[in-house]
Design a protein around this ligand. Structure first.
Ligand SMILES: O=c1ccn([C@@H]2O[C@H](COP(=O)(O)O)[C@@H](O)[C@H]2O)c(=O)[nH]1
Ligand SMILES: [Zn+2]
Ligand SMILES: [Zn+2]
Length: 613
């Protein structure tokens, strides 16, 4: 017989559990006293608030061996959902924005053909309000097609591109997404006019086209017509979602700004930038600022605007949020992980796990035992520098796959340092590590040159006079031109040249706090309190545009013929250097010959698998 009192007790016990869990939830949601995360700097909320990502390059699994960037895309989705809840409760607006470059740099995005097939559906689980295209969506046609057919289809009117076009099968060029968007924000009912721009990129595939911002403004009547049809009384805020560095040394946004100010003398303007992979915030004038939010899911950018205050100091805030769960929970004010996670966030985290398994991203190929190898935390000549490793050990293992070419006893191999994207960490080396270090599967090509000429190519490409923006690692782009504003650089540079006394004190203090983790210490136009987590600054040593591996014999004459091997990606630059040397190639050898398709990532794999590091 069924005993009703047992049933009643069970129901009561269940109800009691529900009640306890609700109280527990309320306590954790509203208490913010967790000592582990209380050292963080809080976000400043205002009328309108923004979460900005840029240059994610497929890092949706998070950084598996760096705790400070270890959250995954599912956790990011939970984070933004929690922030949206806060915004709605307070009748404020929160918009999510992405500035492009969504693949090339991680196994999750790059191991598939075409790359992005598995990672973009993960990226797309985030509800972006506005997004735009980066140059990495334009190197290869299949990536542009994917962008056009999958992303734009999914994000519909939120995908903005005012200066990039896609060529349809019938040969007509159409905009990548929409050229502009005029909308009203859900809570504050602000009228927003927005555009999407890419920097003046000239290496797009032949199914796409980039028109420079200047050309759009000067030669395409549609742009000014839009500005005229939305006069200042119809626009509370202009949003420029761009894949353009916001630095003052990059003129494109400043040209755009001058023109916008002719039409909107005092309207609030907010720029979002990308491409140079740094944290930065710039004040263009009292009513216009620009935010750039780093790279590789290391940073989430936050900015907020108070639209009514008279005081400039209260008008803007910006925060660079470290991509980890402590930061996310701190800013969401939810200290318990299980209460922080949303159903959708958990689903996406699970999707990442199963995709990684399917793509075998965690399977070890070999082990890096001896040391970490850094891009710029140690000087280029240090044995722990990755370029030292590549030029001394890895590149010499390259052999030609072309039986039909004549090779010579001596050889120089040149790589652009920008082709190496991240440090190589001690521990299991996987297919993921391969793409993290070296994602670009470019072809090796060869020229035959007199030794005296070949040895001068790398020094010419590294000469201060040659600002090879497309060769340099992205976050070093500003260095050459920005010598006078080193203190505004995203991390402390070495040597630090022109710091003020206050800056020096900050460095001293940050070094004193031994417990701080190493990471970004950002100097921007609002000071140096922008990083949500105070860090111990890391030192970044200078890196040249290119490095070379020289297999040369001592004493051979300068007119001895040698092989100069390089990626086809830098062919134009090699030819430019030859021109500087007044060297003319023989007519029958003025096209580089195919040398090998075994790109650097594969060479690194084979080396680690066979010999170990
Ligand atoms: O095939 C390629 C494509 C690109 N690179 C390097 O990447 C940067 C651009 O990276 P962003 O993320 O857009 O800043 C470019 O300057 C090259 O250094 C490459 O080496 N090979
Ligand atoms: Zn990028
Ligand atoms: Zn870019």
């Amino acid at each position: 017989m069924f005993d009703t009192s047992v049933y009643r007790n069970l129901v009561l016990a269940f109800l009691a559990l529900v009640a306890i869990s609700q109280v527990y939830k309320l306590y954790h949601v509203y208490s913010n006293n967790n000592s582990q995360i209380s050292a963080l700097r809080d976000l400043t909320w205002s009328d309108i608030n923004f979460i900005h990502t840029t240059d994610t390059h497929g890092w949706y699994s998070g950084h598996l061996n760096q705790k400070i960037y270890s959250a995954d895309w599912g956790e990011f989705i939970s984070f933004t959902s929690r922030l949206k809840e806060i915004a709605n409760e307070n009748n404020q607006d929160l918009l999510l924005i992405d500035s492009g470059d969504r693949h090339d740099g991680n196994g999750l995005s790059d191991v598939t053909v075409p790359n992005g097939v598995k990672s973009l559906p993960i990226f797309m689980k985030e509800d972006y309000d506005l997004l735009t295209i980066g140059n990495h969506e334009l190197y290869l046609w299949e990536n542009s097609r994917q962008e056009y057919e999958v992303l734009i289809e999914h994000f519909k009117g939120n995908y903005l591109s005012s200066n990039v076009q896609f060529k349809l099968d019938n040969g007509t060029f159409v905009s990548f997404g929409d050229k502009f968007k005029y909308f009203t924000t859900p809570n504050q009912k602000l009228n927003v006019l927005s555009f999407g721009f890419l920097f003046d990129f000239d290496r797009f595939n032949d199914h796409s086209k980039v028109t420079s911002i200047k050309e759009v403004i000067d030669n395409e009547p549609w742009f000014k017509e839009i500005l005229k049809s939305y006069p200042p009384d119809k626009v509370d805020l202009l949003l420029l979602v761009t894949h353009v560095p916001i630095s003052r040394s990059w003129p494109e946004l400043y040209y755009l700004h001058t023109v916008l100010r002719e039409f909107y003398p005092t309207t609030k303007i907010q720029y979002f930038g990308g491409h140079s992979h740094i944290r930065d915030f710039i004040v263009l004038d009292p009513n216009a600022t620009a935010l750039q939010s780093g790279r590789y899911c290391e940073t989430i950018g936050w900015t907020s605007i108070n639209l009514t205050t008279e005081k400039f100091d209260d008008r803007y805030s910006r925060t660079y949020i470290d991509f980890n769960i402590d930061s996310f929970q701190h800013h969401s004010k939810i200290t318990t992980k299980s209460l922080f996670d949303t159903e959708r966030g958990i689903e996406v985290s699970n999707l990442i796990k199963t995709t990684r398994k399917e793509l075998k991203l965690n399977d070890p190929i070999g082990y890096v035992k001896s040391s970490n190898y850094y891009i710029d935390y140690v000087p280029i000549t240090d044995s722990k520098n990755i370029f030292h490793l590549l030029t001394k050990k890895i590149l010499p293992t390259l052999v030609t796959e072309n039986e039909n070419i004549t090779t010579h006893d001596e050889r120089i191999i040149i790589i652009n340092t920008g082709s190496i994207r991240y440090d190589l960490y001690k521990g299991a080396y996987t297919i993921d590590s391969q793409y993290i270090v070296s994602p670009f599967e470019n072809l090796w090509v060869k020229l035959t040159l007199p030794k005296g000429i070949a040895i001068q190519i790398a020094p010419i490409l590294n000469d201060q006079g040659y600002i090879a923006k497309h060769l340099t690692p992205p976050h070093h782009m500003d260095d050459a031109e920005n010598k006078n504003s080193l203190k505004r650089q995203t991390r402390f540079r070495y040597p630090v040249l022109d710091l003020t006394e206050a800056d020096k004190q900050t460095i001293k203090n940050s070094k004193k706090k031994a417990k701080l983790t190493k990471g970004y210490v950002t100097f921007d136009d609002l000071g140096h309190d922008g990083d949500d987590t105070p860090h111990k600054a890391v030192v970044n040593f200078p890196i040249p545009n290119v490095v070379d591996s020289q297999e040369l014999k001592k004493g051979t004459p300068n007119d001895e013929l040698v092989d100069l091997v390089f990626y086809d990606f830098i062919q134009k630059d090699i030819f430019w250097a030859l021109q500087q040397l007044n060297y003319t190639l023989e007519e029958d050898s003025n096209e580089p010959e195919f040398y090998s398709k075994k790109y650097l990532g594969t060479l690194l794999n084979e080396y680690i698998k066979d010999k170990g590091l």
